[in-house]
Design a binder for this molecule. Structure first.
Ligand code: ADP
Length: 410
C-alpha cells in the first residue's frame, strides 16, 4: 500500500496549526493548534478523529520543540511522524511572489526563494521557513510541499496586478498586487461551480472571504482576474483589525502632522484599525449584539464594513462582466446572516438577492441562499484551506514520483 496521509502545517510566528488527513477518503485524522510558542506558558489543543480533545500547557521555547510536541501528540494516537503511512508534509506559505504559481516540492532553491521574499512578507515568511526547516529535520526523507497563499492570484492580468506608480521604482522593490487567501479563493470558487452543477471553466464567481482577515476575488472560468489584497494583506476590505483601502496620504499626514513613526503607523493600520478601531470589537457576533442593542458606534462600524463590501461586489461585477455566483466564506461569511443580507441589499438591479428564510438557516455545507428564480446565485460555501493544501500536496507528490508516487497506486 502506498502512503496516503498528508500532514498540513501552518506555522505562524508564535503558533503552529496542523491537520493530519488521509487522502483515501479525505478523512481528517487529527486537528490541533499549538499557541504561544516562546512565551512562558505555551498551549496545545489536539483533537483526534472522533472527538475527545486533549489540552496541554507547558514551556515550548521554539518551533523545533513545537513540532516535536505535535509529533508526540500524534504518536499517542498511533499517528506519529515516523509512520510509513505519511506521504508528505504540506506547508502553508504566505508569500510566493510572482515566482511560485503552483504548489512546489521544497528543495534548497525553493527555500532560498521563499527567503528572498521576506522583505515583502516580514511577518509570515520567516515563520513559514522555520516550520519547513524543522519538519525537514524531523523527516528528511519525506517530500515537503509549499502551497502558497499568493499562487492562485498569479493569473491576474498586469492591469489588475500593477499599482499606477513609477514602473522602475515598483519593479526595483517588487511592488505589485500579489493577493492572499489564494488557497481559500481557489477552493471556494471550485466548490461554488460544483454547487451550481457546472464546470469551473464555465463559471464566473465573486468570492468574499470574510474572516478576521478579509478579501474578495473575481474569478473568471476558474482563474483569478482580480483580488482585493495587494502587496500585503492590508489592502481592500474593512477587516477585523486592518483598515483596508485608504488614501495613502493618510500615512504621510500621520508622519508629518501626527509625529508617528512608520512602525507605529504599521501597527495602527494592521492591528488597531478596521472593526476594532472603529468600535472596539472585531468579533462580528459581538458587533451584531451591540447593533441590536442600539449601540451607535457598532452600527457605524457595521455600516462601513458593509459599504466597502458592496463596493467590491460592484467593482468585481464590472470586472467580470457576467457573474454567475457570489460566494460568502470564512468565519463571518459562513456564519453572519446579517452581513450577507446587508451586503446584497439593494443590488436587485444586478440580479442579486438573498432569500431571508434560506439565509437564516445555519449549516456547515455549501448551500444557495438566493431565491430560486435569481439571475445570480448567492451561496454560502465553507472554506477548507487545510483540505485544499493536502489535496494539492498529495496530487503533486503522486504526480512527481515522490514517496507516495514511487509505488504503484492500484
Ligand atoms: P481567521 O482565519 O481570519 O482568523 P475566521 O475565518 O476563523 O478567521 O473568522 C473569524 C471571525 O469570524 C471572528 O472574528 C468573528 O468575527 C467571525 N465569526 C465566527 N463565528 C461567527 C458567528 N457565529 N457569527 C458571526 N461572526 C462569526
Amino acid at each position: 500500500m502506498s502512503p496516503t496521509r498528508v500532514l498540513v502545517l501552518n506555522s505562524g510566528s508564535s503558533s503552529v496549526k496542523y491537520q493530519l488527513l488521509d487522502m483515501r477518503g479525505s478523512d481528517r485524522l487529527a486537528v490541533g493548534l499549538l499557541e504561544r510558542i516562546g512565551e512562558e506558558t505555551s498551549r496545545l489543543k489536539h483533537t483526534p478523529a472522533g472527538g475527545g480533545s486533549r489540552e496541554w500547557s507547558g514551556s515550548i521555547p521554539d518551533h523545533e520543540s513545537a513540532l516535536k510536541a505535535v509529533a508526540a501528540e500524534l504518536a499517542k494516537d498511533g499517528l506519529g511522524l515516523d509512520s510509513p503511512e505519511l506521504a508528505a508534509i504540506g506547508h502553508r506559505v504566505v508569500h510566493g511572489g510572482r515566482h511560485f504559481t503552483e504548489p512546489t516540492v521544497i528543495d534548497d532553491a525553493v527555500l532560498a526563494e521563499i527567503e528572498r521574499l521576506i522583505p515583502v512578507a516580514p511577518l509570515h515568511n520567516p515563520a513559514n521557513l522555520t516550520g519547513i526547516r524543522t519538519a525537514q529535520a524531523l523527516r528528511p526523507d519525506l517530500p515537503q510541499v509549499a502551497v502558497f497563499d499568493t499562487a492562485f492570484h498569479t493569473t491576474m492580468p498586469e492591469s489588475a496586478a500593477r499599482y499606477a506608480i513609477d514602473v522602475e521604482t515598483a519593479d526595483a522593490h517588487r511592488i505589485r498586487r500579489y493577493g492572499f487567501h489564494g488557497t481559500s479563493h481557489a477552493y471556494v470558487s471550485r466548490e461554488t461551480a460544483r454547487l451550481l452543477g457546472r464546470a469551473p471553466e464555465d463559471v464566473n464567481v465573486i468570492v468574499l472571504h470574510l474572516g478576521n482577515g478579509a478579501s474578495a476575488s473575481a474569478v473568471r472560468g476558474g482563474r483569478c482576474v482580480d483580488t482585493s489584497m495587494g502587496l500585503t494583506p492590508l489592502e481592500g476590505l474593512v477587516m477585523g483589525t486592518r483598515s483596508g483601502d485608504m488614501d495613502p496620504a493618510v500615512i504621510f499626514h500621520l508622519m508629518r502632522v501626527g509625529g508617528m513613526s512608520a512602525d507605529e503607523i504599521d501597527t495602527l493600520l494592521n492591528k488597531r484599525s478596521g472593526l476594532i478601531g472603529l468600535c472596539g470589537d472585531n468579533d462580528m457576533r459581538e458587533i451584531r449584539r451591540r447593533v441590536d442593542a442600539g449601540d451607535e458606534r457598532a452600527r457605524l462600524a457595521f455600516d462601513i464594513y458593509i459599504h466597502r463590501l458592496k463596493k467590491y461586489i460592484g467593482a468585481y461585477y464590472a470586472v467580470l462582466g457576467r457573474v454567475d455566483a457570489v460566494a460568502f466564506t470564512a468565519g463571518v461569511g459562513e456564519n453572519a446572516a446579517p452581513v450577507r443580507e446587508a451586503a446584497v441589499a439593494g443590488l436587485e438591479g444586478l440580479g442579486l438577492a438573498v432569500d431571508g428564510g434560506l439565509n437564516a438557516v445555519r449549516g456547515d455545507t455549501a448551500r444557495l441562499i438566493s431565491p430560486a428564480d435569481a439571475r445570480v446565485a448567492v451561496a454560502v460555501v465553507p472554506t477548507d484551506e487545510e483540505m485544499e493544501i493536502a489535496t494539492q500536496t498529495y496530487a503533486l507528490v503522486i504526480g512527481s514520483g515522490g514517496s507516495a508516487g514511487s509505488e504503484n497506486l492500484t
